[in-house]
Design a protein around this ligand. Structure first.
Ligand code: UFG
Length: 332
């Protein structure tokens, strides 16, 4: 049985669906602070905080857990700049409690969701896993601390990990039944969708004075289904080789904020109101992944790898569920 921590969140719920669609047994832990019960339907769920060791002990005692996939974290770059201790407390503290419980119950495999935010400003683009890490925000710093903790848990306890450094995750399950629903929303693609649905007046472009061709930030967008597939492959590799590794997950292609808005407009066939504002603190100008390691070592081949496809699946979810999961509940 696989424990998915944060399994009712945006990425976690897609992971849970992916595993279940392949007949794998899953148990989910989620605080439901950001996650949604409705996103995982009748999956076995324990509602609680990862920082609570007694709660975690109960989950491990009651289930034959063989490996853990950990998505449970606060992940808003902007918020982390105003509330750094919230990020260190939850993201580092919660993972330490999880690792302690795993060791106590002889579970020694974890796939950990890390982030491109560990890199910060880089000279070499696309960024290889070997690049020096220089996080520019507490969110990235909190994930890097956990990466370090994992290395020590491997050296001292033989705990094996796959650290997956995600670039910008977007899109939704092809069914349109699960997708991104954050409150408040801060990610670019769902924000454009909200503007397209008249749920917000306009899209604010955070800065057009970066050293990029059109002056707006460049990101590497990766589809959530491709991302969760990489987790499954990484876990398979861990079982097979019992070696710890760190992999980037991205498409290796960068798109500016303006290009993402233009592509969205093309996909839905109309223009979206937008305006340029100041930069958002903590945003690096360019983040593009070098993902060859995941492609060669894990045999990972992103399938939804065009920006149009990523945006189309996101739009399918948002237009079917303009109020996210709240609306789905009202419909039932
Ligand atoms: N952006 C806007 N307007 C908005 C929202 C975002 O211009 O209303 C811009 C941001 O400034 C940034 C780009 O769009 O340049 C993407 O922003 P997101 O908030 O969608 O994503 P981030 O790049 O800030 O962060 C995401 C994940 C992090 C991860 C990071 C790694 O949320 O967890 O990607 O690249 F660390």
């Amino acid at each position: 049985m696989i424990l998915v921590c944060g399994g009712a969140g945006y990425i976690g719920s897609h992971m849970t669906a992916y595993l279940q669609e392949r007949g794998k047994e899953v148990v989910v832990v989620d605080s439901l602070v950001m996650g949604h019960r409705e996103s995982i339907k009748d999956t076995k769920l324990y509602v609680g905080d990862l920082c609570d060791s007694d709660f975690l002990g109960k989950v491990f005692s009651e289930n034959p857990i063989e490996a853990v996939i950990d998505f449970a974290a606060f992940s808003l770059v902007g918020e982390s700049m105003t509330a750094p201790l919230k990020y260190f407390g939850n993201n580092v503290g919660g993972t330490i409690a999880l690792l302690e419980t795993m060791l106590k119950h002889d579970v020694n495999k974890i796939v950990f969701s890390s982030t491109a935010a560990v890199y910060g400003k880089q000279e070499v683009i696309p960024i290889p896993e070997t690049a020096a890490t220089r996080p520019e925000n507490p969110y990235g710093a909190s994930k890097l601390m956990v990466e370090d903790i994992l290395k020590w848990c491997d050296s001292c306890h033989g705990l094996k990990y796959s650290v997956l450094r995600y670039f910008n995750v977007a899109g939704a399950h092809p069914s349109g039944n699960i997708g991104e629903d954050h409150s408040p929303e801060s990610h670019l693609i769902p924000i454009i969708a909200q503007a397209a649905l008249n749920k917000r007046e306009k899209v604010t472009i955070y800065g057009d004075d970066y050293l990029t061709p059109d002056g707006t930030c460049i990101r590497d967008y990766i589809h959530v289904m491709d991302l969760v597939e990489a987790h499954d492959l990484a876990l398979g590799k861990l079982r097979q080789q019992n070696q710890s590794h760190t992999y980037n997950l991205g498409n290796g292609k960068g798109f500016s904020v303006k290009e993402v808005i233009e592509t969205f407009e093309k996909v839905i066939g109309r223009t979206i109101p937008k305006e340029v504002a100041n930069r958002r603190p903590g945003d690096p100008a360019v983040l593009i992944a070098g993902s060859e390691k995941a492609m060669t070592k894990l045999n990972w081949q992103p399938k939804y790898n065009s920006l149009e496809t990523i945006i189309s699946t996101a739009w399918n979810w948002h237009s079917k569920n303009p109020y996210g999961y709240a609306r789905s509940v009202l419909n039932e």
